[in-house]
Design a protein around this ligand. Structure first.
Ligand SMILES: *Cc1c(COP(=O)(O)O)cnc(C)c1O
Length: 393
């Protein structure tokens, strides 16, 4: 008897339906151009918004971290795994975010999973945007609180739901992505803060795609809306614009002190390596003193959007450099992505269930490391293929 027959069956089904995920392997660093199957490709897929993955200063800092501290932390933070590097990074991040305190975790997903079950539990209520990231959803499920989904960005709907439960004398949490990664739209945080205050709910934002992108020097969505100290919990990742790996939570001293006593991924899992941590200290230093990379990212994002629009592509309503090129039909979008790949452009096709039916798209992710020539090459290929497939005239 094959005990894994049930998995084999589902895998076969995925392949039949054409939704089986073939994982691309990069044979080079994650730069504006990458090598795949021995071929140089324009990379329009990565979350490496600022090009920091291959930044020379950041690479040197990682090597310094290894020279001084070796390659691993050797224990969980609460036993013997807290290095001066970890504390320095937490302090620097708190300064950068204008927050009282920061706790470092091993990834963005773990930051959500660590936090939500400490804030709410069984019998409590979570008000969650229907398009929130999977890691928020997992954190919510682990908490055992009741999850109430409100319509995407719809503050009237959120208000109605808060009103429905206003007499429940339990803890309440409103949680949202800051920037939604499939459309590039932004959560209306000022309204969320106002509703949180009115209904006595804790407010939490996951700023994975706003970090290094939004606000002054890329300080993120809280800075962008001038809500320092008003959003209760600000979760971030260090693996997207920051270019390395890791996650963190910025908040008030009580929350962070409590998390250092109780958050399970903090207590029961070894922290970031010296190389990662040292690299990240350098990233925060670079962003704190220089906003040219953030400016360049927006310049590139605005340029590619204008160009796509001028050729008649539907690019949705992104408020960030994330640029969805909406094709509509799933099959056409997959074909589009495949043809781009054949022409040397690596851009991800995204279909149902990741996005609603009929809105299949190619998601274009530019970075500060792309030159105008790089972008022009990509645009030219989009237009050629778009015309061939009848997506644009
Ligand atoms: C990518 C992402 C995460 C996960 O971050 P990792 O550091 O890669 O674990 C969490 N939340 C959101 C909204 C994301 O986009």
């Amino acid at each position: 008897m094959d005990k894994f027959e049930f998995m084999r069956k589902e895998l076969d089904e995925l392949k039949e339906k054409g939704t089986y995920n073939t994982i691309r392997v990069l044979e080079s660093a994650q730069g504006p151009w990458v090598v795949i199957n021995g071929r140089k490709m324009l990379n329009l897929c990565a979350n490496n918004y600022l090009g920091l993955i291959t930044n020379e200063e950041v690479k040197s800092a990682a090597i310094e971290g290894v020279k001084n501290f070796g390659v691993g932390a050797g224990a969980v933070r609460t036993i013997a795994g807290t290095l001066t590097l970890h504390e320095e990074l937490e302090k620097k991040l708190a300064e950068f975010k204008h927050a009282e305190a920061v706790i470092l975790l091993q990834s963005g997903i773990l930051a959500n999973i660590a936090t939500i079950p400490l804030v709410v539990g069984e019998g409590d209520l979570i008000f969650s945007d229907e398009l929130n990231h999977a890691s928020i959803i997992d954190g919510c499920r682990l908490s055992k609180a009741t999850i109430i989904r409100y319509k995407h960005l719809d503050m009237a709907d959120l208000k109605e739901k808060l009103e429905d439960y206003k007499d429940y004398n339990v803890r309440k949490l409103i949680v949202t992505d800051g920037v939604f990664s499939m459309d590039g739209d932004i959560a209306p945080l000022p309204d969320i803060v106002e509703l949180g205050e009115k209904y006595g709910a804790i407010t939490m934002v996951d700023d994975a795609h706003g970090e290094g992108v939004l606000g002054d020097h890329g300080r993120g969505i809280v800075d962008y809306f001038h809500l320092e100290g008003k959003i209760d919990i600000d979760v971030g990742t260090l693996s997207k614009a920051f270019g390395v790996i890791g996650g963190y939570v910025a908040g008030n001293n009580t929350l962070i002190e409590y998390m250092k006593q109780r958050a399970r991924p903090f207590l029961f899992s070894t922290p970031l390596s010296p190389a990662d941590t040292s690299a990240l200290i350098k990233v925060v230093e670079i962003l704190s003193k220089d906003d040219s990379l953030v400016k360049k990212l927006w310049e590139n994002g605005n340029y590619i959007k204008e160009q796509f629009k001028s050729y008649g592509f539907n690019i949705g309503h992104s408020q960030t450099p994330i640029t969805p090129v909406i094709i509509g039909e799933e099959k056409t979008a997959m074909e589009f992505s495949k043809m781009l790949f054949e022409e040397g452009v690596f851009a991800q096709g995204i279909v149902y269930p990741t996005v609603p039916k009929g809105t299949a798209r190619i998601r274009v992710m530019v970075s500060a490391a792309h030159t105008k020539d790089d972008l022009d090459f990509g645009i030219k290929k989009f237009v050629e293929i778009g015309r061939k497939l009848g997506v644009v005239k």
